[in-house]
Design a protein around this ligand. Sequence first.
Ligand SMILES: [Fe+2]
Ligand SMILES: [Fe+2]
Length: 165
Amino acid sequence: MGTKGRAIVGMDVVELINLLNKAFADEWSAYYQYWVGAQIVKGPMREVAVAELTEHAADELRHAQMLSDRIIQLGGTPLTDPVEWGKMATCAYLKPTDFSVRAIIKQGVNGEQCAIDVYTRLLAKTKDKDPITYQMLIPILADEVDHEEDFEALLEDLAEIEMGR
Ligand SMILES: [Fe+2]
Ligand SMILES: [Fe+2]
């Protein structure tokens, strides 16, 4: 922990670490949801869906790494037990039950929209309080916005294919 680095944070550091750990839990949930989705997804456009899910999963894992780095920098500890992911997450883990591309990707859209809300709120909380965290969160939010659009575009392509039948 950097003593001065922690001292310059203009908000409650324990609360900040808790919020970052909550986002960390969301990222692991999203990572696993997309990873497992890529294994089980079926039907038309399966290969495109697998590619998107795999790419997004890698991004979510990278986000988890960024959050963990910042949590440690602030003197905190990233969640050490996967059991805590479900309890701490803001965005519910959406267990796949329908393995069609449409259902799996729709769950992805929901997850991304929740993530966009989470990071928008975190940005508002850290604005003018913690420039380091704020700056770290911007590219994460940009990725989530990109992910939502990727998934929605896939659903649109799928709808066109289905209508063309
Ligand atoms: Fe993410
Ligand atoms: Fe995402």
